[in-house]
Each structure stands twice: as structure tokens, then as C-alpha cells.
Design a protein around this ligand. Structure first.
Ligand code: FAD
Length: 478
């Protein structure tokens, strides 16, 4: 009888192009998947119901894939630090394999599990860097230190050859009926719904769950939209971006597969313009890795500002302003439209993420950590590294060398939503108002009252000055 290898899925909810899973299958034909619904994560106060709904859908799809290749995906719902070693021991597994993750919690958790497996004499393989194209050890400066600035990171990262997709599992042996009983006794359960777990999301999902849907989206995007990405990506009213972020967050599609699709698109490209456009999208993939490397090297980023000038910044504690921002009721149409998109769809366009993050920190002078957490509570793609990176960048508190970046909501709307299509889509109460007033924000008090839309809660110019003064003071102190 073949020896069993348990493959622990975490942020790699797929069978194809999965480096750790492919390595497990090479060692033994008997590979069984396991996913642990970790209460240490699910019981945190920053979990978005839409994210859980998507994740559960992906797990269901993964269970079906395992069944098709002849094996199973087991589900646990308890602390993995005990559950994984216990299950492995009960099933007499030879080894447990998994793919490494950059997040501080995962790293501490995994080390505990490694110790427990060692104690039980079970082998493990955790060194697969499946979710990124280059490991933090590969991309370092000439002085052998981590990059803190994106552009030189990109130069180095893009110059390195990329691995092809890992072999997709075609077949695997699963557990015998007797072993399935043992797994049940060791905690394996049927896959619950998001509702069973206390998360209710009744809206649509921006991307259907599962590997096939993610592959279809990638194929569709790289067939055409990628060639217009550079031109379209900043307009929130158009579908100019891939909307693959949730799939990338949960590893529902392999990053090597994604990269390969961009290379194929480049090979088919007939103009410098389209090649440049594809390059721009590749740069976004590199931003994703830049932030993951940053989180790996500087886990303290998860706890607050990177730059000294922001470590003790006198943020305001104005709950009414914060609630207005969360609810899309600031009186600034582009900000409110974006927040309503987030609340109603569980996703927000990147341009608008930057606009609302700038507004919270530079106009309302509210601590970016509050915004970062609110995003995690709402986003389908909520991801510690990318979200933290985006917030630190927008708050000017991160590694980015440009110190203070303040977005003017009116100029942002005029430039990126010139016909107010996006504003009208998410703020139906403003549909009858002239485009010019919507994009400049110059809606009269009378009109605001008539449609039940609030007055601006702050004055952009004044707040900008206030922010700059406080920033100068902080710089003088340090
Ligand atoms: P595309 O434009 O098609 O880009 C392709 C992929 O590249 C994305 O799916 C994503 O994986 C990656 N990517 C693109 N831009 C960035 C970026 N700036 N940083 C890191 N990765 C990037 N992205 C998340 O995945 N999760 C988050 O929680 C998150 N929070 C953010 C918070 C703020 C304040 C800001 C400014 C940005 C945040 N981003 C986050 C980055 C970016 O907004 C989203 O990745 C993007 O909007 C997702 O849409 P898309 O898949 O259509 O992206």
C-alpha cells in the first residue's frame, strides 16, 4: 500500500500549478488534501463575509476536483496547531506538505506545527514558495538587503527567469473507507456553508469561486483587456482590470500560470503599445510580490507606520467622520460612490481605493489603521500584505520615497470619471444632477437637500493644510 502524504491547503485552493501539491504527488501516489477552518482567523473582527463566502465556494470546487482525480479534500474546523498533527498521526501519514506563507501569524503557527510533527516523527515539507514568482531570498539589493523601494525591486524581479507552471495533478489515491472513518474521528467534518460559520453574504461575487472560473477570467482578460490595460485601468466605470485579486489572494489560480498567460499575450502582441500595456499589468503582479516580500522582511508593518514621521502622528478621533466615510456619506461624490461599491459589492476599483484612503488620512486625518481594518472587514480580496501596502502608500507612512501624496477628490473625478458614470452607478440619488456638479462636487445645498445627499463633512483645502502642518511638526520632532 502507498504511503500517505497529507497536503495542507491554505492560500492555494487549487489542484493545478501548485508547487507543494505537485511535490507531494511526486513522492507518493497517495495524496489527500486537508483544509483547516482556523478559528484564530475566522473569529477575528476583520473577516469579511464576502471573503468567507468566496473561500467556501472555492473549497467546494476543490473538493469536487479531488473527487475527480480519485482522492479527497478533508475539512477541519479547529486550531490547526493541534488538528493537523493529530490528523496526520491518526492516519499514519508519512508526511505533511504545504506551501509557505509570508504573513506573521502563519509563520509562527507553522513553526509550532513543525515542532509537533517532529515530535510525532512525521515528515514535513514547507519550503514551497507557491504563491509568488520569486522568493524573498532571491530578490535582494546589491548589499544583500531587502528592497524598500519598488522601482529597483521591479528591475531586479523582472530580469529574473520565471518558473513554468507546476505539474497539475491528474490522479491520486485517496483514503480507504476505513481511513475515512479514522479521519472523521480525528475531526474531519463536512464542508460548512458560510452561513453555518456565521457569515452572511447575499450579494453577487465579483468572480465566481473555483479554479475553472479563475482560469476562464484569466483567459478572457489576457485575450483582449490586457492589451488596453494601460489606457483603461484607471477608470472605475469600465471593466478595465482583471478582477482576479480574490483568486490571487486565495491561490485559486497559480501565479506561474498567470505569468505564462502574460508571456503568451506578449508573443501575440502586434504593437509596442500593447506590449507596454501587458508590461504594466505585469508590474501590478510585481507590486503584489513587493508587498509580500515587505511583509516577510518587516512584519512590524502589520502593526503600524513604517516611517518615523508617522509613528506618533496626531490622528483625529472623530467617530462621526469615520462612520460617514464607512457609510459613503461624506458629501464628496467620488469618495461616497467608492465606499458604496465596497459595501455593496465587496470589491473596489484600485483608483478608488487610493482616493478613499487618501481622503480618510489626509482630509479626515484619521488613522489609516482604521481604514485598513474596515477594508479587511469588507473586501473579497482582503489580504494583509496588499492591503497594508496600499494603506501605507496612501497614508504616506510606508516605504515609498515620495513623502506626501494628497488626492483632490474633484480632480480625481474629473480625470477618471469625467462623465460621472461611476458616481451615478453607486449613488443613484445623484443621478439627476448635472455631470459638471457631480465631478467637481459643487452641488448646491438646495440640490443636496432635495435628493437627501449630505453637505461635505470637511473642507478639502483646509484639511490639506492641516495635514501638512502636522506632518511638518512631526518631521521636526524626529
Ligand atoms: P488588476 O489591476 O487586474 O491587477 C492584477 C493583480 O495584481 C491584482 O489582482 C492584484 O493581485 C495585484 N495588484 C494590483 N495592484 C496591486 C497593488 N497596488 N498592490 C498589490 N497587489 C496589486 N489588493 C488586494 O489584493 N487585496 C487588498 O486587500 C488590497 N487592498 C488595497 C488597499 C488600498 C488602500 C489600495 C490602494 C490598494 C489595495 N489593493 C489590494 C491593491 C489593488 O487595489 C487591488 O489588487 C486591485 O484593485 C484588484 O483588482 P484587479 O484584480 O482587477 O487588479
Amino acid at each position: 500500500m502507498s504511503e500517505l502524504i497529507l497536503f495542507w491547503h491554505r492560500r492555494d485552493l487549487r489542484i493545478g500549478d501548485n508547487t507543494g501539491l505537485a511535490a507531494a504527488r511526486k513522492q507518493s501516489p497517495k495524496v489527500v488534501g486537508v483544509f483547516c477552518l482556523d478559528p484564530n482567523i475566522l473569529e477575528r473582527d476583520d473577516v469579511a463575509p464576502v471573503r468567507v463566502e468566496y473561500m467556501i465556494g472555492c473549497l467546494q470546487a476543490l473538493q469536487e476536483q479531488y473527487a475527480q482525480i480519485g482522492s479527497q479534500l478533508l475539512i477541519l474546523h479547529t486550531d490547526p496547531r493541534q488538528a493537523i498533527p493529530t490528523l496526520a498521526a491518526a492516519l499514519n501519514a508519512k508526511a505533511v506538505f504545504w506551501n509557505w506563507d509570508v504573513e506573521p501569524y502563519s509563520q509562527i503557527r507553522d513553526r509550532t506545527i513543525i515542532d509537533a510533527l517532529k515530535e510525532k516523527g512525521i515528515q514535513f515539507l514547507d519550503e514551497n514558495w507557491d504563491q509568488i514568482l520569486h522568493t524573498p531570498a532571491e530578490i535582494r539589493t546589491g548589499n544583500n538587503s531587502p528592497y524598500t523601494v519598488y522601482t529597483p525591486f521591479w528591475k531586479n524581479w523582472s530580469s529574473k527567469p520565471k518558473a513554468p507552471p507546476a505539474e497539475t495533478l491528474q490522479t491520486a489515491e485517496g483514503l480507504t473507507p476505513a481511513e475515512q472513518e479514522i479521519a472523521k474521528n480525528a475531526g474531519a467534518i463536512s464542508l460548512p456553508t458560510a452561513k453555518d460559520l456565521g457569515f452572511i453574504w447575499d450579494g453577487d461575487l465579483i468572480l465566481p469561486p473555483g479554479e475553472t472560473a479563475a482560469q476562464d477570467r484569466l483567459a478572457e482578460f489576457t485575450y483582449k483587456a490586457i492589451t488596453e490595460y494601460q489606457e483603461q485601468r484607471n477608470f472605475p466605470a469600465t471593466d478595465g482590470t482583471s478582477q482576479l485579486s480574490a483568486a490571487l489572494k486565495f491561490g485559486v489560480i497559480g501565479i506561474r500560470t498567470v505569468w505564462q498567460a502574460t508571456i503568451a499575450a506578449q508573443e501575440n502582441s502586434r504593437s509596442e503599445e500593447t506590449t507596454a500595456s501587458i508590461r504594466t499589468w505585469q508590474q501590478e503582479l510585481a507590486w503584489r510580490e513587493f508587498y509580500q516580500h515587505a511583509m516577510y522582511h518587516f512584519p512590524e508593518l502589520a502593526r503600524g507606520a513604517y516611517r518615523d514621521a508617522f509613528k506618533n502622528f496626531p490622528w483625529e478621533t472623530n467617530n462621526a467622520h469615520f462612520q460617514a466615510w464607512c457609510g459613503g456619506k461624506t458629501g464628496y461624490p467620488i469618495v461616497d460612490a467608492a465606499m458604496r461599491q465596497l459595501n455593496e459589492s465587496g470589491w473596489m476599483h484600485n483608483r478608488c481605493r487610493m482616493i478613499v484612503a487618501s481622503f480618510l488620512t489626509k482630509d479626515l486625518l484619521i488613522n489609516p489603521q482604521l481604514g485598513e481594518k474596515y477594508f479587511m472587514q469588507k473586501l473579497i480580496d482582503g489580504d494583509l500584505s496588499a492591503n497594508n501596502g496600499g494603506w501605507q502608500w496612501s497614508a504616506s507612512s510606508g516605504m515609498d520615497p515620495k513623502p506626501v501624496r494628497i488626492f483632490n477628490p474633484a480632480s480625481q473625478s474629473q480625470k477618471f470619471d469625467p462623465d460621472a458614470e461611476y458616481i451615478r452607478q453607486w449613488l443613484p440619488e445623484l443621478r439627476s444632477i448635472d455631470t459638471e456638479y457631480l465631478v467637481t462636487g459643487k452641488i448646491t445645498p438646495l440640490e443636496r437637500r432635495a435628493v437627501g445627499y449630505p453637505e461635505p463633512i470637511v473642507d478639502h483645502k483646509q484639511q490639506q493644510q492641516k495635514f501638512k502642518q502636522r506632518y511638518q511638526q512631526q518631521k521636526e520632532i524626529i
